[in-house]
Design a protein around this ligand. Structure first.
Ligand code: HEM
Ligand code: NAG
Ligand code: NAG
Ligand code: NAG
Ligand code: NAG
Ligand code: NAG
Ligand code: NAG
Ligand code: NAG
Ligand code: NAG
Ligand code: NAG
Ligand code: NAG
Length: 328
């Protein structure tokens, strides 16, 4: 009896000594780097002065990081030494993902203020939030305490990041593989309210869609004419287009109102609304009609995405240079 009471006391004391071990929280750096959020936000704001697209590029980095080996900054590792196949060179990232220079700038400034403390994986999560809020979108309390991985997984990046040519069922299963549900998938797709996409990722819709000899019937004919001009047949596949033609650099719910008028740019975007009978249709309608509902869900879904298999405690390391494993 007495010994079981003592055991219980020891057990609960241990829980108090190690609160939420393995879980992220918003105050992780409150003693060790209290200004981390404003340092990141100031750097993103600075970068936006010369590159209005950079916020979009930064949130995409966090997404492509989290879907591969969890949110561990594996996407930032350069090829070389033990890193024989970088994620940067994976199919969804090569000649497409950007923002590495800004991440390095943020890291240098954090090394000056609080050396060896803030992980590169947390920088990506913080930069994503700053990018959204600075573009007029929601703010949220970013959960922190991730540590940086020691490996990259190029094969994982090839197979786990959704492609714009896939079916809705396949995209849905890639989100579900990282524990994100259909509502998360629709909300997070709303990040295509800013940023750019190259012609090569949607030109299959413009002239001879799926062997029909005609454009994709779910593409607005007025919008189609503009896209055909910007992306002519045999033109340069790397020409850029706004993902949201109505408000290109603003974070709002126009991505969803665009889907209602058949103005989704990627085939996978339009699928969310134009797949008859899909449970995504009513979610798109809700977000198109109520920006507050979208913003609230987007913030929650970003937290969900940021929670994908983080390294915590003594796992991994705090990288000094985001491009390299320490000591390499
Ligand atoms: C649902 C599946 C998704 C697919 C198939 C997809 C695909 C793509 C593609 C093909 C591009 C253009 C890349 C280029 O032209 O180089 C792009 C850009 C972008 N994606 Fe996605 N994406 C998806 C989900 C997401 C999610 C979940 C987020 C963030 C939460 C996101 C954020 C972005 C942003 C902001 C851009 C513009 C980046 C820039 O301008 O640098 N995407 N996406
Ligand atoms: C946040 O997490 C760290 C590491 O797990 C822990 O030391 C700290 O007590 C947590 N803070 C709160 C408020 O739970
Ligand atoms: C935190 O940042 C703010 C503004 O960027 C600055 O005024 C303040 O002095 C900083 N505080 C510390 C403790 O570095
Ligand atoms: C990933 O895809 C690229 C481009 O298709 C290919 O060159 C590379 O070999 C693939 N990597 C792995 C590890 O499968
Ligand atoms: C969906 O995934 C299956 C299994 O990986 C694959 O065979 C199929 O080609 C994919 N469909 C599309 C449209 O991408
Ligand atoms: C493309 O064509 C194939 C064969 O004609 C058909 O089974 C498939 O459903 C079509 N896909 C789309 C997206 O229309
Ligand atoms: C396509 O454009 C990119 C930059 O936008 C350029 O680097 C490349 O050389 C161009 N390719 C061709 C075939 O013109
Ligand atoms: C196409 O877009 C225009 C405006 O951009 C809109 O007025 C029209 O209703 C759209 N067509 C369809 C079929 O949604
Ligand atoms: C979906 O339904 C609409 C109208 O009910 C119809 O015009 C369209 O062809 C259908 N699309 C597919 C892919 O079955
Ligand atoms: C919009 O969504 C918010 C958050 O879910 C909700 O509180 C509000 O009632 C909704 N507004 C309308 C007009 O439905
Ligand atoms: C590189 O890999 C070797 C063999 O696994 C290991 O001993 C070494 O510590 C690794 N180097 C770094 C910097 O991680």
């Amino acid at each position: 009896m007495l010994s079981s009471t003592i055991q219980a006391i020891i057990f609960f004391s241990l829980i108090l000594l190690y609160p939420s071990n393995g879980q992220l929280n918003a105050t992780f750096y409150s003693n060790t780097c209290p200004n981390v959020s404003s340092i990141v936000k100031n750097a993103v704001q600075q970068a936006l002065q010369s590159d209005s697209r950079i916020g979009a590029s930064l949130i995409r980095l966090h997404f492509h990081d989290c879907f591969v080996n969890g949110c561990d900054a594996s996407i930032l590792l350069d090829q070389g030494g033990n890193i024989t196949q970088s994620e940067k060179n994976a199919a969804p990232n090569f000649n497409s993902i950007r923002g590495f220079g800004v991440v390095d700038t943020i890291k240098s400034s954090l090394e000056s203020s609080c050396s060896g403390v803030v992980s590169c994986a947390d920088i990506l999560a913080l930069a994503a939030e700053s990018s959204v809020s600075l573009a007029g979108g929601p703010s949220w309390n970013v959960l922190l305490g991730r540590r940086d991985g020691l490996t990259a997984n190029q094969g994982g990046a090839n197979s786990s990041i959704p492609s714009p040519f896939e079916s809705l069922a396949n995209v849905t299963s890639k989100f579900s593989a990282v524990n994100l549900d259909t509502t998360d998938m629709v909300a997070l797709s709303g990040a295509h309210t800013f940023g750019r996409a190259q012609c090569q990722f949607f030109s299959q819709r413009l002239f001879n869609f799926n062997g029909t000899g005609n454009p994709d019937p779910t593409l607005n004919t007025t919008y189609l004419a503009t896209l055909q001009q910007n992306c002519p047949q045999n033109g340069n596949g790397s020409t850029l287009n706004n993902l949201d033609p109505s408000t290109q650099d603003t974070f709002d719910n126009n991505y969803f109102t665009n889907l209602l008028t058949k103005m989704g740019l990627l085939q996978t975007d339009q699928h969310l609304f134009s797949t008859n009978g899909s449970s995504t249709v009513s979610i798109v309608n809700t977000f198109a009609n109520n920006q507050t509902a979208f913003f609230n869900q987007f913030a929650q879904s970003m937290i969900n995405m940021g929670n994908i298999s983080p390294l915590t405690g003594t796992q991994g390391e705090i990288r000094i240079d985001c491009k390299k494993v320490n000591g390499s």
